[in-house]
Write a protein that binds this ligand. Structure first.
Ligand code: ZN
Length: 378
């Protein structure tokens, strides 16, 4: 049996592979940071029909300890179709096994969105969805951070921004972007036409390419949590945020969505700006309307479960959502999708998945279309 993780978004260390019924593994921390949770590795040389067991021995020391109960790892034989394998959190380790159908299998924390798929998405957005490459930032290691613009009416007044995967292990965020960009390719979509009549879209499909490539959970190459850097972004250690802030200040923002995954809560939910200084009845109405429309639209989304609400004036303005909402006095949300499942509509075979993330990205465009006329008029 050979175990490897020396590839895009790979992360595992082999401790002891001598017992194929219980291969001992450990998750490697982010570079320059103590965070870890994301794992992704390939196992080769297996006998089809045999059962193999794997144990992530340091899972109990990971960043989010409540992430593992009710969680099941994902596996794939072809890196296309991913399915859940029953997993158990026992004595500080995450254990799962598989009666393999193939000689090789991949395991991951969530269906990975590869850099190759990212490059294809950027190309498709331009070739098929009419997006332009508006600007390109650079990560610390020099990877491109593409800012796409979709502008179909030169008179459009509103600027709608979506950014994804500031936290590099949250691969569902770029699946969301892929779904959204696929919908932009439709030519007979009345909601989309109405939206783009009034608004330009600004999209950053991957904010943290170094962290994603390196198999990080939380931080960039410098060990910075980008979603805590929005009051102190610098070209030296958070150029990813610095770039996007410069672009936002040049363009303006009327609606901002920051797309994430949550390790612990088994529901899709949104977090708003209620703790911001200057949070107004206008913003409160817009937030309520956005959430209600998403529910009414039938999206996989709910408003019962989520983070505790911030007390008035107590928001952490180093978060993108709060920082952008405050600076631009606009509707701003963090959208959180689960690593586990959306328990309002559970699917044990896949759990929350890339496909479900894509559908949510499409659904959000319907809500943006319904609200675009009111973003500044209340
Ligand atoms: Zn996140």
């Amino acid at each position: 049996m050979q175990i490897s993780s020396n590839f895009d978004s790979g992360n595992i260390e082999v401790i002891d592979a001598s017992n194929p019924k219980q291969v001992l593994l450990a998750i490697r921390p982010d570079l320059n940071s103590a965070h870890f949770q994301w794992f992704h590795f390939k196992v080769e040389g297996l006998q089809p029909g045999q059962r193999y067991g794997f144990s992530l021995s340091n899972a109990g020391q990971s960043s989010y300890k409540n992430a593992w109960s009710g969680y099941h790892a994902v596996a794939s034989y072809d890196q296309v179709n991913w399915f859940r394998v029953p997993s158990r959190f026992e004595d500080g380790a995450l254990n799962f096994d598989i009666e393999t159908q193939q000689a090789q299998v991949w395991f991951a924390y969530f269906e990975p969105f590869s850099r190759a798929r990212h490059d294809q998405l950027i190309e498709d957005a331009q070739r098929l969805a009419g997006a332009e490459l508006f600007a390109t930032g650079r990560s610390i290691e020099g990877r491109a951070i593409e800012l796409l613009r979709i502008s179909r009416n030169p008179q459009a007044q509103r600027k709608i921004w979506l950014i994804a995967q500031q936290h590099p292990g949250e691969h569902m965020a770029e699946w969301f972007m892929q779904g959204l960009i696929e919908r932009l390719q439709l030519t007979d979509d009345a909601e989309l036409s109405a939206l783009l009549e009034q608004a330009d879209l600004y999209l950053v499909p991957n904010m943290n390419p170094d962290g994603a490539f390196r198999g990080h959970l939380r931080t960039n190459y410098a060990g910075r949590d980008l979603n805590r850097a929005w009051q102190s972004a610098s070209e030296a250690d958070s150029p990813e945020v610095y770039f996007v802030q410069q672009q936002m200040r040049a363009v303006g923002v009327d609606l901002f969505l920051d797309i994430h995954g949550d390790e612990e809560i088994p529901h899709v939910f949104a977090a708003g700006c209620e703790g911001n200084p200057g949070y107004s009845p206008r913003l409160e109405r817009l937030e309520e309307q956005f959430k209600q429309l998403l529910v009414q639209h039938g999206a996989e989304f709910q408003t019962v479960f989520g983070y505790p609400r911030d007390e008035p004036g107590q928001a952490n303005t180093t978060l993108a959502c709060n920082a952008v909402g405050l600076e631009f006095d606009c509707l701003a949300f963090t959208i959180e999708m689960p690593f586990k499942d959306h328990d309002d509509r559970p699917d044990p075979s896949t759990g929350w998945s890339g496909a479900r993330s894509m559908q949510l990205g499409k659904d959000v465009l319907s809500v943006a279309a319904a609200m675009v006329g009111q973003l500044r008029d209340q």
